[in-house]
Each structure stands twice: as structure tokens, then as C-alpha cells.
Design a protein around this ligand. Structure first.
Ligand code: CTP
Ligand code: MG
Length: 170
């Protein structure tokens, strides 16, 4: 294992995943009203997604990721970051929705915690988008990014709880 190479790629991936992290956190600040599943149930009788996934939150997430990508593009003087921001925002929001879809199928109510799925659903979906966009990803660096995102998610959610943004600390 080339430590210098793993470190370099880890730092690069951290910058690349930042728009997705910003996107994932922004709906918590701009809570929406209209549920994406329009209040409908799936064939199993449970909600398709639940009231925690709104149209407004989804749009805000994609926009926040894109705007953050534009800022990164300006700082790095590299237009690829605009696409990275959009893909990060969209990937994060689709992953977040997929996570909720899975949670509802497993019978968990809106807001009930599921370890790993809650913290990493958005990052996994974003990874697929970034892979398709040919972002260079070293498997070990990527694993370290997941560990970082997992810990950051727990930390920021506790902060959001303390500041009154969230009712629950996870
Ligand atoms: N949110 C939103 N629209 C989205 C995603 C999130 O409005 N597309 C808001 C909701 O107010 C949600 C909060 O952000 O309650 C926190 O998001 P998250 O933890 O992902 O949702 P949960 O309420 O925990 O629901 P779930 O159990 O489906 O994950
Ligand atoms: Mg939650």
C-alpha cells in the first residue's frame, strides 16, 4: 500500500464528497411540506417513503450541492467541480430517498434510526455517480471517506439536535 497515494486520493475524495455532504444536510435546515410519495402507501401497506422525504427538501439538496460545486470550481479553477456538485447533490438526494424506501420496507417508521443506512445511503449512491463520471477512487481511500462521513454524520446530527434543528440526536 502506497501511503502517500492513499492520503492524496483521500484528501481529493474529501473535497469531491463535500457537495454531497452539504446536500445531505441542507433539507434538515429547509424542511419541506410536500411528501415525495404524496402520502401514498406501498403494496406492503407501509408508506412508500414517509413524511421525512419532501419535494422541497430534495430540490434544496440538489441545489445546495450544485452551488457548493460552483464555489469549489471557482476556488480550484476547474469546471469539473460544477458537474461534481450537481452529481453529488443529485446522488445524495437519490441515495437518501433509497435509504428511506428500504427503511419503510423493513417496517421502520419515519425518523427511526438504522445504523449505517442513515449515515451512508447518500454516500453510496453518490459513489456510483462519481464512478460513472470517472472520478479517481482508490478503494482504501474510499473506505476511509466512508468512515469519515459516518463519524461526521453522527457529530453533525448531535449538533443539529442541540441547536434545535432536529428532534432526535441521530
Ligand atoms: N428532509 C426533507 N426532504 C428530504 C430529506 C429530508 O424535508 N428530501 C427533512 C425532513 O424534515 C426530515 C429531516 O430533513 O425529517 C431529516 O432527514 P432524514 O434524517 O433523512 O429523515 P428522517 O426524518 O429521519 O426520515 P427517514 O426515517 O425516512 O430517514
Ligand atoms: Mg433520520
Amino acid at each position: 500500500m502506497d501511503v502517500a497515494e492513499v492520503t492524496r486520493n483521500y484528501l481529493y475524495l474529501f473535497i469531491v464528497f463535500l457537495p454531497a455532504m452539504v446536500a445531505n444536510g441542507s433539507p434538515v435546515v429547509f424542511k419541506g411540506k410536500n411528501p415525495l410519495d404524496m402520502g401514498k402507501n406501498f403494496i406492503d401497506g407501509y408508506r412508500i417513503l414517509g413524511d421525512g422525504k419532501t419535494v422541497e427538501g430534495f430540490i434544496v439538496g440538489v441545489l445546495a450541492g450544485t452551488i457548493f460545486g460552483v464555489i469549489e470550481a471557482a476556488v480550484a479553477w476547474d469546471t469539473r467541480y460544477i458537474a461534481i456538485g450537481f452529481l453529488g447533490g443529485l446522488g445524495a438526494m437519490l441515495g437518501d430517498v433509497t435509504g428511506s424506501f428500504i427503511k419503510r420496507r423493513l417496517g421502520y417508521k419515519r425518523g427511526q434510526p438504522v445504523l449505517f443506512l442513515d449515515q451512508l445511503d447518500f454516500a453510496l449512491c453518490t459513489t456510483v455517480f462519481y464512478y460513472l463520471y470517472d472520478i479517481e477512487m482508490n478503494p482504501i481511500s474510499l473506505l476511509l471517506i466512508y468512515v469519515t462521513i459516518f463519524l461526521l454524520h453522527i457529530l453533525t446530527n448531535r449538533l443539529a439536535h442541540k441547536t434545535g434543528l432536529k428532534n432526535v440526536p441521530y
